[in-house]
Design a protein around this ligand. Structure first.
Ligand SMILES: Nc1ncnc2c1ncn2[C@@H]1O[C@H](COP(=O)(O)OP(=O)(O)OP(=O)(O)O)[C@@H](O)[C@H]1O
Length: 267
């Protein structure tokens, strides 16, 4: 598979004698979005800081190759002595980003009115937007986002979700979040961080709908029907993805004909 790669071998992070991450190993590759979930305090931000190179593992090795990393922290650094425009121009210059490209992001996130405001005085949402823009203009191969939607208004959330969906063509994205629309729209794989360890976890599967023709009406008992046409003797049922195969078998074993199967939301 092509694209950026990041590999961790048995990494642990101990801070002030407290083991936060314990012997974690993984290899992520490709322009995909990886969602890290876990309860508060489980170590998600710590893991992203390790991937960003802000922390070093206490034990183990982390190989980020020569990939350019863009990192958006959960909390934008409070003490930076710059105005918004100054700060973003410095970052843009550093990464060879043109003024025109930067202006597009500034317009996209509607922060024109705050360009001369000092970062310290910006609202939480504006700081969040500046944090997003600085991560994007670093032209990252790997984009690390720690709860990026927190504090954004609804409109900016939509803008950002669409932007990330496009960004996946050019970058690997590793992110934490609590907002389902973001997770559902962009996550390709998810990992659960629990008790210091990381495990791959299944994406919540979408429901399937099955349209079928029956011969005996009693087969409909206990089925979760979405529609039912008595004249045609057809019905549509809804099932979780993991139940759809057993249900199909059940229908076929009871003289039903399967007419169509599709994922909920596909039409
Ligand atoms: N610099 C630090 N010094 C001491 N303890 C720390 C430090 N950074 C993180 N921790 C501790 O590590 C644990 C994990 O913190 P972390 O912020 O990584 O969790 P999280 O999963 O991102 O939480 P949340 O969902 O609330 O943002 C917490 O118990 C936290 O107090």
């Amino acid at each position: 598979m092509e694209g950026p790669m990041i590999e961790a071998k048995n990494i642990s992070k101990i801070i002030d004698g407290q083991t936060i991450l314990k012997q974690i190993s993984f290899c992520l590759q490709g322009n995909k979005a990886f969602f890290i979930r876990g309860s508060n305090g489980s170590g998600k931000s710590t893991l992203l800081k390790l991937l960003a190179g802000i922390y070093h593992p206490t034990h183990g090795t982390l190989n980020r190759g020569t990939n350019r990393i863009g990192y958006m922290p959960e909390h934008f650094p409070e003490g930076l002595p710059f105005r918004v425009k100054e700060y973003l121009s410095i970052i843009a210059n550093f990464h060879g980003y043109s003024k025109k490209e930067l202006k597009e992001y500034i317009q996209l996130f509607s922060i024109e009115a705050f360009l001369n405001t000092s970062l310290k005085q910006c609202s939480k949402g504006t700081k969040q937007k500046v944090g997003i823009i600085q991560a994007l203009i670093s032209k990252p191969d790997i984009l690390l986002l720690d709860e990026p939607l927190t504090g954004l208004d609804q409109e900016s959330q939509q803008v950002f979700i669409q932007l990330l969906d496009k960004q996946k063509r050019n970058s690997m994205i590793i992110f934490t979040a609590h907002e389902n629309p973001l997770i559902e729209k962009i996550a390709d794989e998810q990992f659960l961080l629990e008790a210091g360890g990381l495990a791959k976890s299944n994406m919540k599967s979408r429901k399937k709908q099955i349209k079928f023709k029956y011969t005996r009406v009693d087969i409909l008992q206990n089925l979760q029907l979405v529609t039912h046409n008595r004249n045609e003797k057809t019905a549509v049922l809804s099932a979780n993805s993991d139940q759809s195969d057993p249900l199909l078998l059940h229908l076929l074993n009871n003289q039903c004909s399967i007419l169509e199967v599709w994922e909920e939301g596909e039409r």
